[in-house]
Design a binder for this molecule. Structure first.
Ligand code: GLU
Ligand code: ZN
Length: 297
């Protein structure tokens, strides 16, 4: 059998402009694929209308282009995939893997977020209920080897509980959509922020149920501000500074401990990216969950 070509992706949620933390994820996954002669795709995770910011998708794509991070194939918008998710949720229900749940958010919060299976035996069929994935009893822990962090293990039943695949308001969950689309796009390598490390076992569990193959995972340190908070729209992280794309790339490479030479700062983004692909070394990326963002970002 011939080796399939590696396919990676960057999957931003369009809730604001690209900031330093998201640039790092885009850049690292891009370099990882280009180094291996693979493809790098972009997918807009735009299925959460309340969090969606008008114009953010286009803005993010322009910022990627400005940094020379050009994607292969067309951008996939999750908002065009709702029928596919609905079909899969229906299948999961038919196969008894998923069930309707009418518990309030308040009740779930009181359970400390870990669902107790209350609605599992009730066979609710009323419209407007959420849908949870039933974790079949006596689960083994889900284990995998992260390419950066190392061994990771999670007991879904005690640490997560039956989890939401479709919300009461009809929105599909991140866990469902990301798993379905990583498979749909043939993704073999997932490199993203460590804030999603503890989501990975849920995605692996879904892959098992749906008969998908399991991609390789590598979780990067999340960039924190001086207060120790993740750079994000909520924490008012600044968008990347304009007109200094070469510097942004250089600083991101330095932060990822790729040791970019100083002279590189003066060169064009094309030169910087060529150097970075040639010298990409994943083993140098700090195996840390968080790191402080560089000054000025
Ligand atoms: N859309 C998710 C986010 O921006 C990332 C999804 C992923 O990389 O799995 O946090
Ligand atoms: Zn319930």
């Amino acid at each position: 059998m011939s080796e399939a070509i590696p396919i990676g992706r960057f999957a931003p949620s369009p809730s604001g402009p690209l900031h330093f933390g998201s640039l790092v994820c885009a850049l690292a996954s891009y370099l990882d694929m280009k180094r291996q002669g693979g493809k790098w795709l972009v997918r807009m995770e735009d299925i959460d209308p309340p969090r969606k910011v008008k114009g953010a998708s286009d803005h993010i794509l322009k910022q990627l282009e400005a940094h020379g991070l050009l994607w292969d194939d067309e951008v996939l918008y999750q908002s065009n995939r709702l029928d596919n998710y609905a079909e899969i949720v229906d299948d999961l229900k038919k196969q008894d893997f998923a069930y309707n749940c009418e518990c309030s958010r308040k009740r779930i919060t009181e359970l400390n977020g870990i669902y107790d299976g209350h609605c599992r035996p009730l066979n609710l069929s009323i419209q407007g209920n959420g849908t949870r994935l039933h974790l079949k009893p006596s689960q083994q822990p889900i284990e995998f080897t992260d390419q950066i962090i190392g061994h990771y293990s999670q007991h879904l039943d005690t640490q997560v509980g039956d989890f939401i695949v479709r919300r009461r308001d009809g929105l599909f969950s991140y866990q469902l959509a990301v798993t379905v689309d990583d498979h749909f796009q043939g993704i073999t390598h997932i490199m993203r922020g460590s804030d999603l490390l503890d989501s990975t076992p849920r995605q692996i569990y879904l892959q098992k149920i749906l008969g998908y193959s399991q991609p390789q995972y590598a979780h990067l340190p999340v960039a924190n501000n001086e207060l120790g908070q993740k750079l994000s729209k909520q924490n008012l992280a600044a968008g990347l500074p304009y007109g200094q794309e070469a510097i942004n790339l250089w600083v991101a490479l330095d932060w990822l401990k790729q040791s970019p030479p100083n002279e590189l700062r003066q060169l064009t983004i094309g030169h910087i990216l060529t150097w970075a692909v040639d010298h990409w070394d994943q083993t140098q990326v700090p195996a840390k969950l968080t790191l402080t963002a560089p000054e000025g970002f």
